[in-house]
Design a protein around this ligand. Structure first.
Ligand code: ADP
Ligand code: MG
Length: 395
C-alpha cells in the first residue's frame, strides 16, 4: 500500500486538456498519439487550417505573441507544451505562471538561440564545432582568422532547414555577405566547417521525474539542407551508436530537459562526435519511431511531460524514412494506389504544396537493401548519388 502511495504522480489525467503552442505536423502527431492515452488537445497557431488544428479538439488561430490568445489557451488547457522553438520565450514564461509548462521556458530560450545553445553545451563539456560570436564585420574577420575557411555563418535565431546560413568557402563569399547582416539586435555565429563522415541523431526523452530513455540513433541524409532520409539502425562503425546514445543522454541530463530533445551530431572519420544542433521537441529524424519502435517519439513525449513511466524504445524493424516535399507530391500521388503495405504513409494535410515544404513522409519498414530498392524503383524522389549511397552503406 505504502509503495502505491509513493508512486510518482502524473501532472494530469485522461480527460484533461493539453494545449500546444504550434500547429505543425509535429503537434499533429503528438495529438494523434495523445488521444490514444485519453487526452484532449487545443492548439494555438496563426493558421486556421494547420496540420494540428485538423486533429485537435479546439484551435485558436492567432499569432503566438497575441496576449489575448495566450490567455485563452491558458484558460482552456490543464497543461501547455510547445512543438517548435521559434516562439518568444517571454510568452512561454508568462504562461508558466498560470499553467504547467513542463518543458519550461529556459529550455526554449537556450535551444532557439544557436549561441546560447553552443555555450550551454560547451559549459556541460559536450563537444561542438569551434565557433565564435559575431556582431560586427570586424568580429567576422577576427573569427575567420581564428577558424579559417571554409566556415558557416548562421543567424542565432529563426533559422531552420538551412535558412539563415551562409557557407563561406572563399574570400569572395565573405565579401558577398549582405551588409545588413551585421550590427543586428541578435549576434551571428561563425562555425568552423566540419568535414563530417556522416550526420546522425538521437532523440532522448526525459520525464518530469527525471527518467531518461533514448531512441536508437539514426543516420540522416540532407538535400539542400532539408532532411531527406533517415536510416535506422544507424549504419555507423562499431561502438559509435552507443557513444552517440551516451552523448545524447548527457545532453538531456545536463540541460535538465523535460519532454524530448533531439540531438543532431556530426560523426567524424576519426570516431569523434560533435553536437551540431538541439531541438526540444519531436524531430523529423525520429519519425521512424512511429512505425519501427515499440513506442513512438510522440507517445514518449506525452508520457514524459505528464509523468508516466517512459515506454520501451527498442526497434521492432529496420526502416528507412523519406520526406515527401512539395516537389515530390505529384509523383507520390501517382504512386499512391500501389504503395506496398510496409510503406507507412503519414500525410500532414497542408493545403498548399510548395517546393521544399514538408507535406508528409513515408517509413519503409524493411531491411536496408529492400527499403532502398523500393525507394529507388518508386521514382518519387531523385535517385541516390554515389556519395549518398556511401553514407548509407559504408560503416
Ligand atoms: N559547421 C558545419 N559544418 C558542416 N556542415 C554544417 C555545419 N553547420 C551546418 N551544416 C550543414 O547544414 C545543415 C543544417 O544546419 P543546422 O545547423 O542543423 O541548421 P538547421 O537544421 O536549423 O537549418 C546540417 O545538417 C549540416 O548538413
Ligand atoms: Mg539541423
Amino acid at each position: 500500500m505504502i509503495e502505491t502511495m509513493n508512486k510518482p504522480a502524473t501532472l494530469i489525467k485522461p480527460g484533461q486538456t493539453i494545449g500546444i503552442l504550434g500547429g505543425g505536423q509535429l503537434g499533429r502527431m503528438v495529438i494523434l498519439e495523445g488521444r490514444k492515452l485519453g487526452f484532449h488537445f487545443i492548439t494555438l497557431d496563426p493558421a486556421a487550417d494547420c496540420p494540428g488544428s485538423q486533429v485537435a479538439d479546439q484551435h485558436i488561430a492567432a499569432p503566438y505573441d497575441d496576449p489575448v490568445a495566450a490567455q485563452r489557451l491558458a484558460n482552456a488547457a490543464d497543461m501547455i507544451v510547445y512543438e517548435f522553438e521559434n516562439i518568444d520565450p517571454t510568452v512561454v514564461s508568462a504562461l508558466e505562471r498560470q499553467v504547467h509548462v513542463p518543458q519550461g521556458s529556459r529550455l526554449l530560450e537556450i535551444t532557439r538561440h544557436r549561441l546560447l545553445e553552443k555555450q550551454a553545451l560547451t559549459a556541460a563539456g559536450i563537444p561542438v564545432a569551434p565557433y565564435v560570436a559575431v556582431v560586427t564585420e570586424a568580429d567576422l574577420h577576427r573569427g575567420l582568422t581564428e577558424l579559417g575557411l571554409p566556415a558557416v555563418l548562421k543567424t542565432t535565431t529563426g533559422g531552420y532547414d538551412g535558412k539563415g546560413q551562409w557557407m563561406l568557402k572563399t574570400e569572395q563569399d565573405v565579401a558577398a555577405l549582405p551588409k545588413e547582416l551585421f550590427m543586428q539586435e541578435q549576434p551571428l555565429i561563425l562555425e568552423k566547417f566540419i568535414s563530417f563522415h556522416k550526420e546522425c541523431s538521437v532523440v532522448v526523452a526525459r520525464s518530469i521525474h527525471g527518467e531518461v530513455k533514448a531512441f536508437p540513433p539514426s543516420v540522416n541524409l540532407h538535400r539542400h539542407h532539408i532532411l531527406h532520409m533517415t536510416v535506422t539502425p544507424a549504419p555507423l562503425a562499431e561502438g559509435m551508436s552507443d557513444k552517440a546514445v551516451r552523448l545524447a543522454e548527457r545532453v538531456a541530463a545536463s540541460l535538465e530537459v523535460v519532454g524530448l530533445v533531439a540531438v543532431e551530431m556530426f560523426a567524424l572519420e576519426s570516431g569523434e562526435l560533435l553536437v551540431n544542433e538541439l531541438a526540444p521537441r519531436p524531430h523529423n529524424s525520429g519519425h521512424y519511431t512511429f512505425d519501427a519502435c515499440l513506442t513512438s517519439q510522440f507517445e514518449q513525449f506525452v508520457r514524459a511531460v505528464i509523468g508516466l513511466p517512459l515506454g520501451p524504445t527498442e526497434l521492432t524493424s529496420p526502416s528507412v524514412m523519406v520526406n515527401i516535399l512539395g516537389e515530390h507530391g505529384e509523383a507520390f500521388n501517382q504512386a499512391y494506389g500501389t504503395l506496398p503495405g510496409n510503406v507507412k504513409v503519414h500525410w500532414y494535410g497542408k493545403k498548399e504544396a510548395k517546393k521544399g515544404r514538408k507535406m508528409g513522409h513515408v517509413t519503409v519498414v524493411d531491411d536496408l537493401e529492400s527499403a532502398i530498392a523500393w525507394i529507388e524503383a518508386s521514382q518519387i524522389w531523385p535517385p541516390l548519388t554515389e556519395r549518398e549511397k556511401k553514407v548509407i552503406y559504408d560503416k
